[in-house]
Structure formats: C-alpha cells, structure tokens
Design a protein around this ligand. Structure first.
Ligand code: B3K
Ligand code: ZN
Length: 882
C-alpha cells in the first residue's frame, strides 16, 4: 500500500469545468455515460491525464468525439490514463458499466433496501465513473437518470429538476442541474420508492425553499422532528452567521444502509437512525443526535460545499469548523453547559486516547494510506476545539468578522487550513503567535499550574509549564499557544474583579471597556511562563480553563478542599462539574491501588457529602446535576494508570456507584419520584433534564441488591410512556444477570421486533454489558434473525457496542480480542471502512499487561498476514504494531 503525503501536493494539470452524467439504472447492471469539459492548466506539451476508477468496466472512451483505441490509453485496476491528450480544452466522454447490487462497501453507487443511492465522500466517485477524484477539481454538473418507473418512482440528484418524463418499457427519466461548481465527492443520486414530508422555509431575503424529507411511506410520521431541526438550522445559520440557503430545494433522503450522513449539495443522504424519531421509539439522546447531525449537514452547505477543501489533508477545514457550528447550534437550542460537558468529555475520553496511541495524528494529518481512516475524533472534535479557540481569542464579534472574510475571499474555492487562519487573523488584525501548530502537531499538551499568594504585595501568581509527549513521527514538540480562561474565586465563593496581570515584564490591563472582568484569557505560549495578578485582596482559589477553553490536560495544585469549594461555588458551571470529576478521579485512582493490593475498598465520606449537596441543590439545572453525579468512565481512569487494569477499574467504579446508591438511597428515590415524566413527550431542555436526572438516579438505585428497588425499576419499565424512560429502565434492570434481566430483554424484543432502529438499541445494550463472560452471548446474537453483518447500524450496535465493555473486551483469556479479530476479518471482505473502524479498538494494546499485550498483538499480526486484506485495515493494524 502507498502512503500519500501532504508535502507532495501538486495542483492538477487539468481542470474539469462541466460534467454531464447520464445513468441507466438496471437490476443486472448500470450504465454510466460521462461527458466532461476538460481545461488544461498548463500550456505547451500536454501531460498524461490520469483518471481514477475502481470496479468499473470500461465500454468506450472518446476525446472530442473520436473513440480512443488501445495504445491511446492505459488501463489498470485503479486508473485510466490518457497518454497524450490534446493541448488546450477538449471534451472527454466515457461509458462504463457498474454493478450497484453487488457493492457492499457502501461507497459509490449501491443499493440500500432495494433503492439506489450514492456515497461519494471521500473517494467513492471513482466507483461511478473515471474521474480526477480529488476535491480541488470543481465543476458544474448535470445528471440524467433513467430507471424503471414502478420500482423507482423517485429520481433525485443535486440542484434543480429541469426535465422529467416517461419512456418506453415502463421507464422514466429525470434531469437535474446543479448551478454551483462542486467537487465530485458532493455528487449524489437517489432512485427509490419513497415518499416525502414536505415543508417550506422562507429565507431572510424572502426566497421560499421547498424542503423534503424522503423515507418509506410508513416512516413519514417519524420525520417531524428532523423537519423541525432542518428549519431551525436554516434560521440559526442566518441569525448567527448571516448565511442564507442558496437553492430553491433541499432534499434529505433517509436510508437504512449508510455510513452516517452526507452533505451532498441539496441532496443529503442520511442513515435512518439520524432522521427517524418518535417519542415511543427514540431516546432523548437520539433526538439530540438528530438535531446535531441535521444541523451539521445543513451547515456544510457553506462550510464544506460553497468553500471546500483543497485536498483531503485539509479535511478538518470543513469538518472541525462544521462540528464547531453544530455544537454551537445545539448549545443555543438546549443547555450550553450540558453540551459543553458532553463535548469536552468526548475529547477527553476518545480524542486524548487516540492522541496518546499509535494512530495519533495532527488535526491536519501529514500522511495517510486510506483517507477513510482519518475521519477521526481528532480531525472532527479536536478540529472543532481549534475553531472554538479562535472564537475564545477573538470574541464573538471578531470571530464573525473572520468568518465573513473567509466566505468573502473563498466562496467557490477549494482551500486550506492556512486560508482559514489568515481570514481570522486579517479580519481582526490579530496576533496569533504560533497558533498554527494546533494543525500540525499531534498529541495532547499537558499543562501544569502552580499558584502562590503574596499577602503583602497583594499579588497572586500562576506559573504554567507545558509539554507535549512524542507521537509517531514527531519525537520533539514545540510549546503550543493555549488560551486559559481564568477566574479567581474569593472565600465567599464570588468571583473577584480582575483588572491587571503582570506578564513578560509588563503590566497588562485585562479590563473590558474600562471595567474589571471576572474571567480573563491568559495566553500561554511558552514552555514555562508566569502570570501575576495584581490588587488581589485575599488568597483566592483559581478557577482555571473555564468552559474548557483549550483541549489540554490541566494539572493544577488545587487541594481537595479547593476542589470541594469550587464544586460548591464556582460561577463557571463547567468548572463546577470539572471539580467534581477531578475529585472522583482521584478517589477512584486511590481505590484502584487498594484493589490491586487486595485491600478493602473505601469511600471518602466527604465525597459522599459533596455529591449529596449537588443532589439537593434545587438552584441547579437538572441535566447539570445528572452529569455532575455521573462518575468518570472506566476508560478515563485507565488512561491515568501506568499499566491499564480493566478489572481493577471496573471493580472500583462499580463499588463506588453501589456505595453512593446505598448511602444516598433516599435522595435517589426522591429524585425518581419527583421527576417522573408527564404523559406527553416534549423534546425541550426542561423535560430532557428531568428525564436525565430521574434515569441517572434509577441507574444508581438499580446497582443495589434490594427487592423493593427491583420492583421499582420494573414498575418504571412497565409504566414508561416514551423510549427514553423505557430504555433507561431496561438498562437499569440489565445491570445484573438473572431472571429479571432475561425476562425484560425478551419482553422488549417482543414489543419492538418490527422496528429495526429499536432492535439496534437492544443489541447495543446487550453487547456493551459488563456482565461476566458476555462474549458468549454476543456469539449467540450474531446468529439472531435480526442481525446482519452488511448493515452498518447493526454492526455498530452489536460489534461496536462490545468495545464499550472494557472488562469483557479486554478479558484476560483473550476471548474478547479473538471475537473482534474474527469479525473484523469477515467484515473486511464486505466493507473495509467498517472493518478498520473496529480494528482501531486494538490500537492501544501496549497499555496493558504482558498477557493481554500478547493476545491482542497476535490478533493484529494475524490480520496483517491475511491475504487480500484491505488497505483500510492494513493501515490501522500495521501502524498499531509499529
Ligand atoms: N462528510 C461526511 C463524511 C463521510 C465520510 C465517509 N467515509 C459526513 C459529515 O461529516 O458530515
Ligand atoms: Zn461533516
């Protein structure tokens, strides 16, 4: 396999300016005719024109109407090379045949539940026709689709419908024209038996846009929420970013087999899980995910489509930015603190772990074998944090100015991360020091802070030191530019006014409009650096990295008492939550050592008291309470250990949870009773927060061995009127093996077997279960009638879900590793992208004890020595072994 490097980027020698496609869709084969207007970039001697093409049967190729003969081109399994094209502009035509019904990779043109659909990002278009499959080649497209009318009554592509009609032999056709230039990864086609929910949105300039969400007719009632989300997103992008939609039609198609969701110009194609919801079948988390993803794909219309990426190394240019936009959208529509806590947790749980392992890569990678492997939490979520830091540094207005300049400069272009940086800098005349390192340097910065108060001088000093650990290919790191949002809390729990900070030999004012501020943004840029606050009347407790102002690990010298104080008083709710999490991690960490030494586990009464105060604080938001009383996950704790010990971590977390449940039983019972749902399901923050708190409390209670509680949980399960409550109760019952669990799981399946999306939850709940020896149950579920290795949702639920149970995946007998290794290889033959996603679970094998290391390594070695392995899996497995 060939590694591709950012430093080797070259402009294409040829551009395409028009692309006319014509599809004749058939059950046995599909014929694709492409007519491309080619423009040569370089004058003089023409270089060969290299077209990408995979799994295509070439029927004919013509230049300016003349059919090429053997010798005029070279054809291999991945390319069609025109050896000496004419100089100047010319028309290239080619005809190919493809087999969509045999395409299980879910990229290119394929069939999903009998319907035709496409997925071209990143490099799927080359499975449709011969093309320069790279995002810096942008053209205007038309697309003619011809198909059987009764089987495929709906024919869709990008842009506007300009013609349609009936043909002989029961066929019909449609012609679509997209007035905007686009890279081929944004091309889409759907031919299907679907119906649409229709609505309209009137844009800020008064244009009426027709909105359609397409699903099988029986699912139409479940698209109400998605339509609400789409309209909210359109309005939000106008209000917050001044971005108006640019066509008269916006289609979303829901299909059961799709890798996720895709922002094709005016024709989004979504996995049905991210479109369909009803109170009875979808949970609050599902509703929230739909909001985020409908928003995300809509926001791509400007950040991704109108302004796209020059090459795939720049993926975060569109993805980091668009994730940031969808995070802001969800925050504005729900609770900002709760959203920030979830997003920061994701960074710390998944991204930090990636950054510390063999697959660590910068937000803009330097090289890849398969770009599919780089649709990662680093590119997406850390990329979004990088965008957030611009906003933190520039303020809302400055950030908006930067965005406006970015669109003004680059509309219709394929650009780079530097272009985004330059727009932010130039619009604000800003000094960003070495900020660009966030794009090129992998690894999580670790920042240590020590503080000291000088009563005589009334100064408070914060000393920072930062390091970034080596990552593959980057042994030595430079210090990063880190904005640290800081407040100083006085002994009554109030923020002190801040007016000046002594730094770098200068006294700098931190006031705003002449007024003191209560949070200031310290710009940490060096390996070691001191900031001294002046005029500090008493020893404060510093509240650092408020709102999680940078994606770093912060290690401060705050004492447990300081942390308990911040947990109770910090005006920054994120940091209140954070203080609780740090305390919980410390507590769990100390107990891991007790467990390893076979000492008895103990729970610090001060911690119980802290949790109790949060539980009883009626001034707090309920979703915040639910999050604040949830213990850090096992993964986070494993990251803290020299040698990961899944058994110890699991036992400790379980012990603390049960202990809290027993000591705060009455409080938890009250919470359940006081926060039961009203009859009608409402998706708004207040109602979601009630459900979150009630169900978190129920989860605690269910860890107790207690008849009365078992009955309570069963009662909650039976009386639930929405899926959030029903599923939470089921999960609570399923914590412990036994008859109650078996009966409830069987009952749930019986009730919901007709609904695939609900059955997927049922798979995921079982596969991610911590009950001992669970791998046996998963083997059984593999042959369950509802399971299908070809469907991504089922694979994520049953196989992906298994990775969620660290004790079972990392079982010391190697059974978990063996299971995942076997399945990944089976899946690799069907869908390499999905397979490599699973294999990444092995990447951190060196973190474990020798026994586990050997078992995991054996699986990776077995993979790389398998004949016919995909490049996708090869890249992950070989880099993990390196
Ligand atoms: N841009 C798509 C990603 C599709 C990747 C397929 N390998 C979805 C999104 O991030 O919006
Ligand atoms: Zn995206």
């Amino acid at each position: 396999p060939k590694e591709i490097f950012l430093k080797d980027y070259k402009l294409p020698d040829y551009y395409f300016d028009t692309v006319d496609l014509s599809f004749s869709l058939g059950e046995e084969k599909t014929t694709v005719y492409a007519k491309i207007g080619v423009v040569s970039r370089v004058d003089g001697a023409a270089s060969p024109l290299v077209l990408d093409g995979v799994d295509l049967k070439l029927i004919s190729v013509k230049i300016n109407g003349n059919e090429l003969k053997e010798g005029d081109f070279n054809l291999d399994s991945r390319h069609l090379i025109l050896t000496s094209p004419p100089s100047g502009n010319f028309i290239l035509e080619n005809v190919v045949e493809i087999l969509p019904h045999k395409n299980t990779s879910l990229e290119g043109l394929y069939k999903s539940s009998g319907n035709f659909c496409t997925q071209c990002e990143a490099e799927g278009f080359r499975k449709i026709t011969f093309y320069q499959d790279r995002p810096d080649v942008m053209a205007k497209y038309t697309c003619r689709i011809e198909a059987d009318k009764s089987l495929y009554p709906v024919l869709l592509s990008n842009g506007n419908l300009i013609e349609q009609g009936d043909l002989e032999g029961g066929k019909h056709f449609a012609v679509w024209e997209d007035p905007f230039k686009k890279p081929c990864y944004l091309f889409a086609l759907v031919a299907a038996q679907l119906e649409s929910r229709n609505d309209t949105f009137t844009t800020c300039s008064g244009r009426k846009v027709s909105l359609k969400i397409w699903t099988p007719s029986q699912d139409l009632p479940k698209t109400e929420h998605a339509m609400y989300c789409l309209k909210a997103a359109m309005k939000w992008d106008e209000d917050v970013f001044g971005r108006e939609y640019d066509l008269d039609i916006y289609n979303i198609v829901s299909v059961p087999d799709n890798i996720g969701a895709m922002e094709n110009k005016s024709l989004n194609i979504f996995n049905s899980e991210l479109v369909l919801a009803s109170p009875e079948t979808a949970t609050d988390a599902g509703y929230a995910a739909i909001l985020g993803v409908i928003g995300h794909e809509y926001f791509h219309n400007w950040t991704g489509n109108r302004v796209t990426c020059r090459d795939w190394f720049q993926l975060s240019l569109k993805e980091g930015l668009t994730v940031f936009r969808d995070h802001e959208f969800s925050s504005d529509l729900g609770s900002r603190t709760a959203k920030r806590i979830s997003d920061a947790s994701r960074i710390r749980i998944s991204q930090f772990s990636q950054d510390a392992g063999p697959m660590a890569h910068p937000v803009r990678p330097h090289s890849y074998i398969k770009i599919d492997n780089f649709y990662t939490v680093t590119v997406y979520a850390k990329g979004a944090e990088v965008v957030r830091m611009y906003k933190t540094l520039l303020g809302s207005q400055g950030f908006r100015k930067g965005m406006d300049l970015y669109f003004q400069r680059h509309d219709g272009q394929a650009v780079t991360c530097e272009d985004f940086f330059a727009a932010m800098r130039d619009a604000n005349d800003a000094d960003f020091a070495n900020f660009l390192l966030w794009y090129s340097q992998a690894g999580t910065p670790v920042v240590k802070v020590t503080s000291s108060y000088n009563a005589e001088a009334r100064t408070f000093s914060l000393k920072f030191s930062q390091t970034v650990a080596p990552t593959p290919g980057q042994p030595v790191k430079e210090p990063m530019f880190i904005p640290v949002a800081t407040g100083l809390v006085d002994s009554s729990g109030k923020d002190m006014p801040l007016s000046s900070v002594y730094h770098d030999g200068k006294l700098e004012s931190v006031t705003c409009g002449g007024q003191p501020v209560y949070t200031t943004f310290l710009r940490v840029t060096k390996g070691e650096e001191e900031f001294v606050f002046s005029d500090v009347p008493q020893k404060p407790i510093p509240s650092l990295l408020r709102g999680y102002s940078a994606p770093i690990r912060l290690q401060s010298d705050l004492t447990d008492n300081d942390l308990f104080f911040l947990l109770a008083h910090d005006s920054d709710e994120f940091n209140r939550w954070e203080a609780g999490q740090i305390l919980a991690r410390k507590l769990m960490y100390s107990q891991v050592f007790n467990f390893q030494k076979t000492n008895a586990l103990v729970l610090d009464p001060q911690f119980v008291h802290g949790i109790k105060c949060i539980l009883l604080d009626s001034s707090l938001d309920k979703e915040f309470i639910a999050k604040a009383i949830t213990l850090p996950g096992e993964g986070e704790l494993m990251d803290m250990l020299e040698v990961a010990d899944p058994d110890a971590v699991h036992a400790v977390r379980k012990f603390i949870k049960k202990q809290l449940a027993s000591e705060l039983k009455q409080e938890f019972l009250n919470l359940v009773k006081e926060n039961r749902s009203s009859e009608k399901y409402v998706f708004d923050h207040t109602n979601m927060a009630r459900r979150a708190l009630k169900n978190t409390a129920l989860g605690y209670l269910a860890s107790l061995e207690d008849e009365e509680i078992t009955e309570l949980v069963l009662h909650e399960y039976k009386s639930a009127t929405n899926m959030t409550d029903q599923f939470s109760a089921l999960a609570a019952i399923a914590q412990k093996p036994g008859k109650a669990r078996d009966d409830a799981l069987a009952d749930f399946y019986n009730q919901w077997q007709h609904d695939d999306l609900v059955v997927n939850k049922w798979f995921a709940l079982q596969s991610s279960s911590d009950i001992p020896g669970n791998v046996k149950n998963i083997y059984k579920l593999l042959s369950h009638q509802a399971f299908d290795l070809k469907n991504p949702n089922k694979v994520y639920s049953l196989i992906g879900g298994f990775r969620g149970s660290l004790v079972n995946f990392h079982a010391k007998d190697g059974s978990g590793y063996k299971f995942l290794g076997e399945i990944a290889l089976q899946l690799d033959k069907l869908n390499p992208q999905m397979a490599s996603g699973l294999v990444s679970a092995f990447s951190r094998w060196k973190r474990f004890d020798e026994t586990r290391q050997n078992l995991a390594k054996a699986q990776l070695e077995m993979m790389v020595s398998t004949n016919g392995l995909s490049e996708n899996v090869y890249e992950i497995a070989s880099k993990s072994l390196a």
